[in-house]
Design a binder for this molecule. Structure first.
Ligand SMILES: *[C@@H]1O[C@H](CO)[C@@H](O)[C@H](O)[C@H]1NC(C)=O
Ligand SMILES: *[C@@H]1O[C@H](CO)[C@@H](O)[C@H](O)[C@H]1NC(C)=O
Ligand SMILES: *[C@@H]1O[C@H](CO)[C@@H](O)[C@H](O)[C@H]1NC(C)=O
Ligand SMILES: *[C@@H]1O[C@H](CO)[C@@H](O)[C@H](O)[C@H]1NC(C)=O
Ligand SMILES: *[C@@H]1O[C@H](CO)[C@@H](O)[C@H](O)[C@H]1NC(C)=O
Length: 529
């Protein structure tokens, strides 16, 4: 296939430049409405001894120091017009607690679906809710929606039934997002479903699908960190038509495929959603990388080695994506009666490709034979099958079983840089630090000049490349990304998806050297096999 044929697939073309500054592209009348979002990357003050239990007052004293920083940032965000502000996961207490050592940090958060409570104006309704009160007042004082993450304790029925998920001490401890309306009312509470080595927390008995409505942008859905890699609740929310997700995280960066901003950008593009992502900043834990992503724009921050370890507030005006809200706005503008349309909106998710909502067939033969000279090298603990790019331009094909990745490339001439690049394919289940089924096509810069270095971490590259990367995926859930020199994102010039599962990403005229170009496919239905 020639480079030109990529555009013949009938799906969407995405054009865009992503940059550190906000770049909102209006793409037609339905996106005329917009709002101002803010995320804060927080350089948190840690408890140096998380394994040692603290009294409630000592734990509160610790959290108040982080809340003081939140307070300043909420005021700054409000000054810049923010209507919603998101703080990161674990941002008040930190991490590495045991189930008992976190006890001083816990508050019991009432269920906003069952009762209406404004902790700022009704502080005496519940004891032991100082953090909730302070966050609520912060939202109210600054007149914005505020999302924070904290530790929740909920009593549960003790029973001898071994199938009960109630822990032997009679209560659950949850990693929890809370949302406050701009007057301080507690409007949503979400318990993290996919824990990542968090001894202090329990998995909720059922995955929770939690959304809340705003007057400026309609509906938002809530997820936390590791959740973003799994069907429940993240993809379930998207398939229910939720197009705006809020993502507090404490994400340890992992190149070449799962750097924070790389996967945040990839998810927003692949699912065709807005993602408000707030990470922690902690150099020892390799945590940095936050952003405000829409399918059309990216406003992000990623610290580099040697940067001072400091927080960062990002603010951007972005289009409303909630289809029901947009339709209501249109009805109002036309002066018409508000229609109670409840038609399914899932077709706006990137997964459902026009007329091809059925899952594509798992196998399609590639016309180009696999290149000889393949080798296996481990990338992020998975055995990728690689082939080297040996020429300044050419075409290579590499398969793992029946899953094949195809690349046409043209390296731009540049000085005497001798960087080594390889195309890798992996189809299988990732099993280290989590279990998830993948199909991945990745064009990577190898860390050194030896083939065995392909798949290792590298942050810098000088070689620019025009390319077309394509895979025959056995899933419609494919997340595309392009990462350039020193962790800069580039927006793919074209993304095409065909009904038979073929996904094509085309890109040219890079502004910086290529670190990784990736099509990251998730086979959620195989996770438990
Ligand atoms: C938390 O634990 C991880 C390993 O489990 C360790 O690498 C890290 O240094 C610890 N962080 C803190 C703040 O104790
Ligand atoms: C709060 O605690 C105080 C002192 O222990 C107690 O008198 C009061 O009834 C409690 N209030 C609520 C709402 O539980
Ligand atoms: C993404 O959503 C927009 C509406 O917000 C829609 O017009 C577009 O077709 C969707 N793109 C994909 C790939 O489904
Ligand atoms: C993918 O490659 C790995 C490593 O060579 C191999 O073990 C695995 O069986 C291959 N997967 C398929 C589906 O053929
Ligand atoms: C890339 O740059 C070339 C030369 O400046 C230009 O002709 C071409 O239109 C550009 N392509 C895109 C997709 O911007």
């Amino acid at each position: 296939m020639s480079l030109g044929e990529g555009t013949m697939f009938f799906l969407v073309l995405v054009f865009l430049t992503s940059s550190i500054t906000s770049a909102v592209v209006q793409t037609g009348p339905v996106l005329d409405s917009s709002y101002v979002a803010a995320v804060y990357e927080h350089n948190l003050i840690l408890n140096p001894e998380p394994h040692v239990p603290l009294s409630r007052s000592a734990a509160l004293q610790h959290m108040q120091r982080n809340l003081d920083i939140y307070e300043e940032q909420a005021a700054r965000a409000a000054q810049q017009g923010a209507q919603i502000l998101v703080f990161p996961e674990d941002g008040l207490q930190g991490f590495n607690f045991t189930r008992s050592s976190i006890s001083g940090y816990l508050e019991t958060i009432p269920d906003p679906q069952k009762e209406s409570w404004n902790p700022c104006t009704e502080p005496d309704k519940y004891n032991n809710t100082e953090v909730l009160q302070r966050l609520s007042c912060m939202a109210r004082r600054n007149n914005l929606y505020l999302v924070a993450n904290m530790a929740d304790m909920q009593p549960c029925p003790l029973t001898t039934d071994p199938s009960s998920s109630c822990p032997p001490d009679g209560h659950w401890q949850f990693n929890t997002n809370v949302v406050f309306r701009s007057d301080g009312l507690l409007v949503a509470r979400y318990h993290k479903n996919n824990l990542y080595f968090e001894e202090s927390f329990d998995t909720p008995p059922q995955p929770e699908i939690i959304t809340f409505d705003t007057p400026f942008a309609g509906k938002f859905g809530l997820i936390i960190c590791f959740d973003i890699l799994f069907y429940e609740p993240t993809v379930n929310l998207v398939e229910k038509g939720v197009r705006q997700l809020i993502f507090p995280t404490a994400w340890m960066n992992q190149l070449p495929l799962l750097d924070t901003i790389q996967f945040q950008r990839a998810f927003s593009l692949g699912a065709n959603v807005t993602l408000l992502a707030a990470n922690l900043r902690n150099d020892r834990m390799i945590m940095t990388g936050s952003g405000i992503y829409t399918p059309f724009s990216a406003t992000y921050h990623h610290a580099l080695q040697g940067d001072p370890e400091a927080g960062r507030l990002l603010v951007a005006r972005v289009p409303v994506l909630d289809p029901l809200w947009v339709r209501q706005g249109e009805a109002k503008e036309e002066g018409g009666v508000r229609s109670e349309s409840t038609s399914s909106t899932a077709t706006d998710s990137g997964y459902c490709l026009k007329d091809s909502c059925d899952p594509p067939p798992a196998e399609t033969a590639s016309s180009v034979p696999p290149s000889p000279d393949t080798f296996i090298s481990s990338m992020m603990y998975d055995p990728f099958t690689f082939v080297l790019l040996k020429e300044t331009e050419g075409e290579v094909n590499v398969c793992n079983g029946t899953f094949c990745c195809h690349l046409q490339y043209q390296r731009s001439p540049q000085g005497d840089s001798k960087e080594l690049y390889a195309l890798g394919a992996f189809s299988g289940t990732h099993t280290v630090n989590g279990r998830y089924a993948l199909q991945v096509c990745a064009l990577v810069r190898c860390a050194g000049l030896d083939a065995s270095s392909c798949g290792q971490q590298v942050e810098e590259a000088e070689s620019k490349m025009d390319f077309l990367l394509e895979g025959n995926f056995g899933t419609k859930y494919v997340y595309p990304s392009i990462l350039a020199n020193k962790l800069a994102l580039e927006q793919p010039e074209h993304l095409d998806t065909s009904a038979d599962g073929r996904v094509t990403m085309k890109h040219s005229n890079m502004t910086a050297g290529l670190v990784t170009a990736c099509l990251y496919g998730r086979l959620y239905h195989l996770d438990n096999e």
